[in-house]
Design a protein around this ligand. Structure first.
Ligand code: NAD
Ligand code: USQ
Length: 478
């Protein structure tokens, strides 16, 4: 019997047949592995051709866009041709970072299996902004900037693919964004919880092995999350806590208390990284990032084809980005529960700058360095209040609504998290007060005709996590 995915991909393969470069894709459907040889040229590989490992389908394709013959980037902008592999470079943070670094003279290679696009296709979601394919994105970037980003399409859980990508690119730094990053997605059902933890933990383990086996001096910059710490009733330090217990003192990893299977996957990653820093002298920076907001960066606004994704739905949309879209379309702002939940936040323009700072000031061999990557902390109520106030200034009719909390989390709690290390290294934060006025709301208003109101409601209830795959049920709240 033919694999269903093979039928879907027939058209794509026909289109690519003439292309010269060959790649091999293997697909697992319901436990069976079907081998297929797909011709994927420099201009080929659609999202469908490289559909993700997610949702019972495993496709490991390798499609490459290599640098054309000619000089490598020079020192313009300070990157000096430093070779940076960006895993997850087609995603929200990764795409903006890839362009930021490329523009500044770093030699960038994006690695991505496009599973994020596949999640949207499977669940019926869409970004607020119309985004181009990754191949069109990097081609347009070359036109706009004269700088080339190489592209490796494949799954980092596939060792053969990852080791080949490492060997051919020889990264000096690998920035690892390439994980399933939605807490609600990880709580939809058993299959997605298992996928999230397998994808994230195995992918990171493979990256650690790739560094050890193939490029031991490569610095790992790994995206962790502030949610690893949970909401303890004491100050949150940057990674480590000095404790005196029964008269003895030690500095230990800060206690971790994740509030979803996604957040727990990040904790497992951090533990594996700490161990390999000790055992193999890996140099690692764990960036415990807060919730990112905004969409514009200098480079992603340089052409409509470079525009970044912007998630506002109840599964991938994050708090502030959702509130801004809700205000733009006249939907009540969805404050979950009492709204006292407090988190660290940062503008995406600071995300890209933090990554550059981590690269320019690398960890030493054997060092597991942790930075808390956020610039300001707010409660959900405070965010709603700011969006309400600024929205009214623009003439928007904003209503704030406390809706039943679909998550299990503290709704009133102490929160004071340190975040000084990146500032000490030169980060100059974009603060929300300014971003809100000059960027966020008017951007959402510009694209509001694309908003699908039915995707806004909270879609996944932590207490009702199912055992079966539930796609539309998860995307559209009842
Ligand atoms: P995203 O989903 O937009 O991007 C992740 C990218 O990784 C996607 O393009 C996806 O296709 C790719 N990917 C996932 N698994 C892969 C695999 N096995 N092999 C190859 N590619 C794979 O997510 P984002 O919002 O850009 O987040 C990036 C990272 O930053 C994540 O690790 C996330 O946990 C972390 N983070 C994000 C935020 C936020 O607010 N967005 C906040 C804190 C931390
Ligand atoms: N929230 C609302 N209303 C909404 C959406 C969210 O009140 O409409 C609340 C949530 O209940 C939660 C807080 O806002 O208390 C943050 O939720 P979120 O969806 O903005 O962020 P979260 O699920 O924690 O995940 C996001 C990213 C994740 C990253 C994390 C950073 O998706 O990849 O790791 O932010 S942190 O929160 O610091 O762990």
């Amino acid at each position: 019997m033919q694999c269903p995915m093979m039928q879907n991909q027939r058209a794509g393969r026909r289109a690519a047949k003439a292309a010269s470069q060959q790649s091999v894709a293997s697909m697992r459907v319901g436990g069976r592995v079907c081998a297929l040889r797909a011709s994927v040229g420099r201009k080929a590989a659609s999202a469908a051709q490289v559909a993700s490992r997610a949702v019972s389908v495993k496709v490991n394709a390798i499609a490459t866009i290599e640098r054309p013959a000619g000089p490598a980037p020079t020192s313009s902008g300070g990157g000096a041709g430093t070779r940076v592999m960006i895993i997850g470079g087609d995603g929200y943070c990764g795409w903006a970072t890839a362009l930021h670094l490329s523009a500044r003279g770093y030699e960038v290679c994006i690695v991505d299996n496009l599973c994020r696009r596949q999640f949207d296709l499977t669940l019926g979601l869409d970004t607020l902004t119309p985004i181009a394919t990754i191949h069109d994105r990097v081609r347009k970037w070359a036109e706009v900037s004269g700088k080339y980003i190489s592209l490796q399409i494949g799954d980092i859980c596939d060792w053969e693919f990852l080791s080949q990508a490492f060997t051919s690119f020889q990264p000096e730094h690998v920035v690892h964004f390439g994980e399933q990053r939605s807490a609600p997605y990880s709580m939809i059902d058993r299959q997605k919880a298992v996928f999230t933890q397998t994808n994230n933990v195995v992918g990171t383990l493979n990256v650690l092995f790739a560094i050890k086996e193939l490029k031991p001096d490569c610095h790992l910059v790994k995206l962790g999350t502030m949610g690893e710490y949970g909401t303890p009733n004491i100050d949150i330090e940057e990674g480590y806590l000095t404790v005196t217990h029964n008269g003895r003192t030690d500095t230990l990893p800060y206690p971790k208390q994740g509030n979803s299977f996604y957040h727990l996957s990040k904790i497992h990653d951090s533990t594996n990284m700490l161990f390999t820093c000790k055992a193999w002298k890996v140099a690692a920076t764990d960036l415990n990032q807060g919730v990112v907001y905004g969409v514009r960066t200098e480079e992603t606004m340089a052409d409509p084809m470079l525009i970044n994704r912007y998630d506002y739905d109840g599964i991938f949309g994050t708090a502030l980005n959702r509130f801004v879209v809700q205000a733009a379309v006249g939907h009540p702002l969805t404050v979950y529960g009492k709204g006292g939940q407090t988190r660290g936040f940062l503008d995406i323009r600071d995300t890209v700058r933090c990554i550059q700072i981590a690269i320019d000031n690398p960890a030493a061999r054997g060092e597991m360095r942790v930075f808390n990557q956020f610039t300001e902390q707010f409660s959900v109520n405070q965010l709603a209040e700011i969006v309400n106030r600024e929205g009214r200034k623009l003439g928007l009719d904003v209503v704030v609504q406390n809706v039943p909390n679909p998550r299990v989390e503290a709704e009133e709690h102490y929160y004071n998290a340190k975040h000084t290390k990146l500032v000490e290294l030169g980060l100059q934060p974009h603060l929300l007060a300014d971003s809100m006025i000059d960027s966020l709301l008017d951007f959402a208003v510009q694209y509001r005709d694309r908003v699908r109101m039915e995707l806004i409601k909270p879609a996944v209830d932590w207490r009702k996590t199912g055992v079966k795959v539930n796609t539309m049920g998860a995307a559209v709240a009842k």
